[in-house]
Design a binder for this molecule. Structure first.
Ligand code: IPM
Ligand code: MN
Length: 367
């Protein structure tokens, strides 16, 4: 059966965003897939027509946020309520991991995207002292004891938020089990110091996962950080509260080979967008040397989401080929190739992968 045309909205963001998104879109067009790519005007805030196009698209690919495009990410993630951040951490042989034996690192860091300390609710200490004069910590100290000069931030968690991300984690774990993975969920919180907020996640996620009959473990975020370095291969689905997921996904990306390699898919109720985990990297922006891998792998997650599973696997296999081959790598991976050359190579490899004898994916798509 012929696949029907899919519409993608590409939003480059800033810094290296435009370079990696342009090169990835060129790659996608070069694969001959039935894709229509729209690049509506970006602006900050996003123009209404762009929002409409992104809402209606089959897939949305975002480049990288920086100071002048943070409102784009705010719209994509928080206004559009893309509450589940899927961040696969996977080592492909040839990637420049700092670990001695990274082969086999393959887990998903699942980040709760909508709650916790994000998107930032802050104010003056004096205001909250006025509003909550009796709010005390576990030692009995009230906010007044800090004086009136200072600031505060509010962390919010809800049972609804915890439940839906827990169920998402279970679905993800079951899908991975079907592909021969353990289907284990590792919950990351800091409930020893935040027993009410983080503790709510412990309680609810623990219950949902137990009911689902899946293997479960819990670590506090400091312990989890060292485990992701020391025992990354023991991880399968690592469910993190928002800020912990932000921090640990950079750490995880680095163990696999670098921040330039880590993709993400962000899912809400019936809508999703895809973006690299890295930022706008102003230090190398405009030089044409940014690694497009994170964006290419994000595009693979997007193809999978749009029902183009085989094509997604081919694209991942093409990335695998580039790293195994090691000839067309960008400087962050020890090579001298430019962004476009790297994408061009992925395009040829993914085309070659259409032939049954060449470049078949070694493993099915990883998340
Ligand atoms: C990420 C980024 C964002 C975050 C920034 C750009 C707001 O670091 O997607 O991980 O902190 O979530
Ligand atoms: Mn981040």
């Amino acid at each position: 059966m012929k696949t029907s045309m899919r519409t993608i909205v590409a939003l480059p963001g800033e810094g290296i965003g435009p370079e990696v998104v342009d090169a990835t879109c060129e790659l996608l067009m070069g694969t001959g897939l039935p894709l229509k790519i729209l690049t509506p005007p970006q602006g900050s805030p996003l123009p209404e027509a762009t929002k409409r196009a992104a809402r209606e698209a089959d897939g949305v690919l975002f480049g990288a946020a920086g100071p002048s495009t943070s409102l784009v990410v705010a719209w994509l993630r928080w206004e559009m309520a893309a509450w589940a951040g899927v961040r696969p951490i996977r080592f492909f042989p040839g990637m420049r991991s700092p670990l001695a034996d990274p082969d086999g690192i393959d887990y998903v860091l699942l980040r709760e995207n909508s709650e916790g300390l994000y998107p930032g609710r802050e104010g003056e200490l004096a205001e909250i002292v006025r509003l909550l004069p009796n709010l005390s910590d576990r030692t009995g100290k009230t906010l007044k004891d800090f004086g009136t000069e200072g600031r505060f931030a509010v962390k919010v968690v809800t049972p609804r938020g915890a439940q839906r991300i827990a169920r998402f984690a279970c679905d993800l774990a079951r899908r991975r089990q079907q592909r021969g993975k353990p289907g284990k969920i590792t919950l990351v919180t800091k409930s020893n110091v935040l027993p009410r907020t983080d503790g709510l996640y412990d309680e609810i996620v623990g219950q949902v996962v137990r009911e689902a009959g899946l293997p479960f473990e819990h670590f506090h975020v400091d312990d989890a950080a060292r485990r992701l370095v020391r025992f990354p291969k023991a991880m399968d689905v690592v469910l993190c509260m928002n800020l912990y997921g932000d921090i640990l996904s950079d750490l995880g990306a680095e163990t696999a080979g670098g921040l330039g390699l880590a993709p993400s898919g962000n899912f809400g109720d019936g809508w999703a967008y895809f973006e690299s985990v890295h930022g706008s990297a102003p230090d190398i922006a405009g030089k044409g040397i940014a690694n497009p891998t994170a964006t290419i792998l994000s595009a693979a997650l997007m193809l999978e989401h749009m029902g183009m599973s085989a094509e997604a696997q081919r694209l991942e296999a093409a990335v695998g080929h580039i790293y195994r081959d090691g000839k067309v790598l960008t400087p962050d991976q020890g090579g001298t190739a430019r962004t476009r050359a790297s994408c061009g190579c992925a395009r040829s490899a993914s085309r070659a992968a259409t032939s049954p004898t060449c470049c078949r994916p070694a493993r099915p798509t990883s998340w």
